[in-house]
Design a protein around this ligand. Structure first.
Ligand code: PEP
Ligand code: MN
Length: 344
């Protein structure tokens, strides 16, 4: 249920509505919309629906009360009609610029991440990615450098000015990851780790939430809700391919997810073509498709020497491949009235 305040509603009116919502045993979440305030009533409404609507509608300053039928509320466009722009330093995700996040799958050494950071910056990336805690299918595969990897990432940020995005695997790692990162990445395998999502919701850093490989878009928005209801509304949704029957590619890019999520939610939506496709040669095509479909950004794996990569080398672009892709992406963005990089 959302309570939409009239244009002339005062701060006192809003406070009185919040007090009334809380007296009924719900929590109130206020979207300070520019035109008019919208208050989400969170909790189980059930059979009290009609009397509650009538009660809230009778309060001073209230224009109307509407029920949100979707299971997600704060991430819904019905609650928050305007696009959310997530800010990371001076980078804005969800505005007219298509923001590219790039870097290796894993941080492997100081030299590797510094080289990758300089290369992706030269190509026009705005954020640097790199995993220090890696979710690997096999426990015998490279698991990441942990804290040392985070220190190298911070050094690469220092050297290039690029903010960093890195994955948090477990609530246990929250103190160390928050010490270094600018954006928390929740990996596909952790989209439904609700305890982790809740804890990230209590932080003040943006969260890049990847779609579970077998998760519906509605489930993804409810995962975003777990973060938002704790107070952190800076969530970026990321399509990264889903499980389908064909094994020609690592996953199947659900390009549909981009326009659907953009309509259902106000949160920025980005595409990770690297994990969606899993093979270097097809990544440029799907990256271009993502921009054309309206993605607010892309997350692309780039490695200085993919053949030597400790993870995901087969889907990493070389720096020169990344540079030429960025030129093409700029043209696609321009064709739909957006831009990549600073010109625009
Ligand atoms: C990654 O970004 O390196 C990664 C492990 O991605 P995903 O969680 O989408 O598999
Ligand atoms: Mn990877």
């Amino acid at each position: 249920m959302v309570i939409i305040m009239g244009q002339g509603a005062t701060v006192e009116h809003v406070d009185a509505v919040i007090a009334s919502v809380e007296r009924e045993g719900f929590s109130a979440f206020v979207n300070p919309g520019v035109e008019r305030k919208v208050i989400a009533v969170l909790g189980v409404v059930d059979s009290r629906k009609t009397p509650l609507v009538e009660k809230f509608e009778a309060l001073d300053g209230v224009e109307r009360v509407t029920l949100i039928s979707e299971p997600y509320k704060l991430s819904s466009r019905n609650y928050h009609p305007q696009d959310t722009v997530v800010r990371v330093g001076s980078v804005e995700i969800g505005g007219p610029e298509v923001v590219v996040i790039a870097g290796p799958c894993s941080v492997e050494s100081r030299e590797q991440i510094l080289e990758a950071a300089h290369a992706v910056k030269a190509g026009g990336a705005k954020l640097l990615r790199g995993g220090a805690f890696k979710p690997r299918t096999s426990p015998y595969s490279f698991q990441g450098l942990g804290r040392t990897g985070l220190e190298y990432l911070a050094e690469a940020r220092e050297a290039t000015g690029l903010p960093i995005v890195t994955e948090i695997l477990d609530p246990f790692d929250l103190p160390v990851v928050s010490e270094f990162t600018d954006v928390f990445q929740v990996g596909a395998r952790n989209m439904s780790n609700f305890r982790l999502l809740q804890l990230l919701g209590r932080t003040d850093k943006p969260v890049l939430l990847k779609r579970g490989p077998s998760s519906k878009l509605r489930d993804m928005l409810q995962a975003a809700e777990y973060i938002m209801v704790e107070g952190n509304t800076q969530v970026i949704l990321c399509e990264r391919g889903i499980v389908a029957f064909d094994d020609a590619t690592r996953n199947t890019t659900d390009i549909n997810a981009i326009p659907v999520l953009k309509q259902w939610s106000h949160l920025p939506v980005i595409l990770d073509p690297s994990h969606s496709v899993g093979h270097t040669r097809w990544i440029p095509a799907i990256a271009r498709a993502g921009v054309a479909a309206g993605a607010d950004g892309l997350a692309i794996e780039v490695h200085p020497r993919p053949a030597e990569a400790l993870s995901d080398g087969g889907q990493s672009l070389k720096p020169d491949q990344f540079r030429s892709l960025m030129v093409q992406l700029g043209r696609v963005a321009e064709a739909i009235g957006r831009h990549i990089g600073d010109e625009g």
